[in-house]
Design a protein around this ligand. Sequence first.
Ligand code: N01
Length: 658
Amino acid sequence: MTASSSPPQLPEHRPGILQELLAQARQLESCLAELDVQPLLLVYGHLTGDSATIDRFAPYIKGAWGFEESVPEEMKAELRGKLIATLKDYAEAGRPLPPAPSRELLQKMADTAVGTHVPEAYYAMIYDELNFDGKDAKTVRWRETPGAARLANFKVLVIGAGFSGIAMGAKLKEAGYNFVVVEKNDNVGGTWYENTYPGIAVDTPNHFYSYSFRMEPNWDHYFARGDEIQTYIEKCYAEMGIADHVRFEQEVASTIWDKDKGIWNVKVRRKDGSTYEESYNAVISAAGLLNVPAFPKIPGMDRFKGPLFHSAHWDHNVDIAGKTVAVIGTGASGQQIIPAIADKVGKLVVFQRSPHWVRPNPLIFRTVTDNWKWALANIPYYNKWYRFLLLWATADGLLPQMRTDPNWTNPLSLNAENQRIREWLEANIREQVNGDEELIAKVTPKFPPYGKRMLRDGGYLKTLTRDNVELVTGPIQTFTETGIVDEHGVEHRVDVICLATGFKAQCPLTPIEVVGTNGSIRDHWGEDDPRAHLGITVPDFPNLFLIYGPNTNLGHGGSALFHSECQIRYIMQALREMIEGDLDVVEVKREPFEDYNRKVDAEFEGMVWMHPGVASWYKNAKGRVVTNSPWALSVYHKLTAEFAPEEYAMSKVKAEAV
Ligand code: N01
């Protein structure tokens, strides 16, 4: 895993790709016939600037997904022919591929391909995310190259080697920093390494849920299985060449700010329990949000005599074949586990405290065909345009229907579009459970769609109709030595219990003791009220940066990695400010921090997550949404695109103190 390797080069950056395509003309032709029209139209528009053709397709495209178009077959064939001719023309003329499309052309292409007007706010983000020239617009480059001694004497600690931590490490390495990544596990991957429960997969399409600077043409699934994602993370890690900086099986126990010296004193615990201390100029937490399992407070949990484990730590030594197994919790984890084990166990008892909305997803188990993979690996810009379509279809396109229409009176939805979605989801429930009215009543949420995380239907609803599956609703009363007692006092005897009860998402940095200039982070945040400026920096905690911090989880859709990359860029800019300005301390001022958090709270007003009928891990005990971002991806991209020095107190410590 540590041997370094090279990332696959996308076709637009591969010399000789056009000649290769010419040589494989037959493959190209058969491949194009299988692909969705929207990405092909975008590739064609990009290569030709032929806006008249784009205009002709516009009336037939209603959305970004392949199933949202009604383009006549002869027009599709014509498009394929024109695209082949265009590629041939480029190859024969020896013309270089065009750079990023102009702003005007991009507008026309984007509007047509997603079937609606893409607002101005998106364009900076699209250019950054699609990285047309391959130079990674999100990389922060030195304005003045610092001396080697300055960089060597400035030590950076990254906590965690998950998706975000290794990307942070890669950027620090590129810039020449002296850094260490401390990881509690014996491998990279974070949550994807730890969660190995049956059925685990991502529910964001992974052609988007992957680094923008390392797009992967060879995903086997549109929604990758856990092991496929772990393999991608390990591959990226090997390519990054940061292995010398990573310390596995070590955990940060505490980090305490020394204000006289302007450094963090960090205590690290090794796997054998021994500890050591080191000082760092900056600490970056990439410890993640969903990494501390939440164990429910149900009486008698220690009484149960059989195997009991949390979904995040699935016990593969327990043989569930033929056994009676209880799964408690029907969130994202539970709904993947339940269909994956139902045909292996003797009986499955599902404990649902409250139902979640589930949306149909025709691609969830579909594998990517060889032709698709070939297109992603060989057709210039295809990968990027496909990514853009996913970004739109699974993220910000969904946000407007999550706001309450003040004139809307139905308490079960927020507005006309949200009601339309509700009806679509209800119809799916009815179909999946074969019209069973009792089951329909049990699994239909009484809150508007998207109030809790929207789940993708991977067979959960249908599984509930199996003869060996029983759905128990309502709160659990207690555990016994042999089973679980429901709210009606009925004991369900089971052999094995899996707690798919989620994570302690409301206390980031747990269990690390973090002490700044004015007490610990828990004094500031309590158990469940974390706040940060842009989700990244906190007053009284200088030189501390958070990735996936408070109010940065994406509840409406989109890829968590998109946010991580925004945060990494911002942090790299902050560090650059320190290095180039020869500064020791950077601390966000209270005013911008409070102003930002006021805006966050105000933005939540009228949003679905604040709906009184919704209880979720997004909200704290007082009802404030503390995990989610209220912003469209385009807004957060803009908010974090430029580090604003005026929002920070930046200083040097006195020379004699150091
Ligand atoms: O956890 P959850 P999760 N008694 O908190 C129930 C990501 N993720 O691990 O709804 C009985 O969503 C609780 O009931 P209720 C993703 O961000 C992604 O499933 O609160 N039940 C709920 O049903 C996701 O949102 C993927 O009434 C109790 C369940 O346990 C996040 O992780 C896959 C209970 C917890 O659901 C968390 O998902 C997996 C109690 N005392 C995870 N306490 C994909 O990308 C809690 N529950 C596919």
